[in-house]
Design a protein around this ligand. Structure first.
Ligand code: ZN
Length: 163
């Protein structure tokens, strides 16, 4: 178990140092900005959807994340898991991740569904860190709901200039 945890730690640090799909890209259907005030984590996240045989699918998720290694690694792993999937399937992955985070370390994570996201298994034992791991996923769900509703970018952040 110790070995597994240090391997998980390694994967988290790897995503933190070299985040996948990072940066804010155009075009996008919706953008949100979520904050985890308990830790100071922030993420600005954009979702682009596409039509795949009449079903909405995740064309792209781009983001700019600030904060702790858990929050940043989590959004990196999430984007790698869900880009290209139908939205319905990505929502299932997201629900599975939420279940894992609420398990207090008791869950048997579904590795087929969660892929690298199983590395956050240990985080579920630390209530203060759960919000860190969930930040990107909550932002994605929010942005996707807006995109599906055709709501587009939230007014607050339209004016925000990208560096
Ligand atoms: Zn954090």
């Amino acid at each position: 178990m110790m070995q597994l945890e240090s391997m998980y730690q390694e994967i988290i640090l790897d995503h933190y140092r070299r985040p996948l799909h990072a940066g804010l890209r155009e075009p996008f259907d919706a953008q949100v900005h979520h904050v985890n005030p308990t830790c100071g984590d922030e993420v600005t996240l954009r979702v682009t959807l596409k039509d795949a045989d009449g079903e909405a699918a995740v064309a792209d998720v781009s983001y700019e994340a600030l904060g702790c290694s858990i929050s940043q690694a989590s959004v990196s792993i999430m984007t790698d898991l869900i880009i290209g999937k139908p939205v319905s399937e990505a929502m299932e992955v997201s629900a599975e991740f939420l279940r894992l985070m609420q398990s207090r370390g008791e869950a048997e994570p579904d590795e087929d569904k969660l892929g690298d996201a199983v590395v956050f298994e240990g985080v579920s034992k630390y209530p203060a860190r759960i919000k860190c791991a969930l930040l990107g996923w909550m932002a994605w769900k929010d942005a996707t709901a807006r995109a599906l509703a055709g709501a587009g970018a939230s007014g607050d952040f339209k004016a925000e200039e990208q560096r």
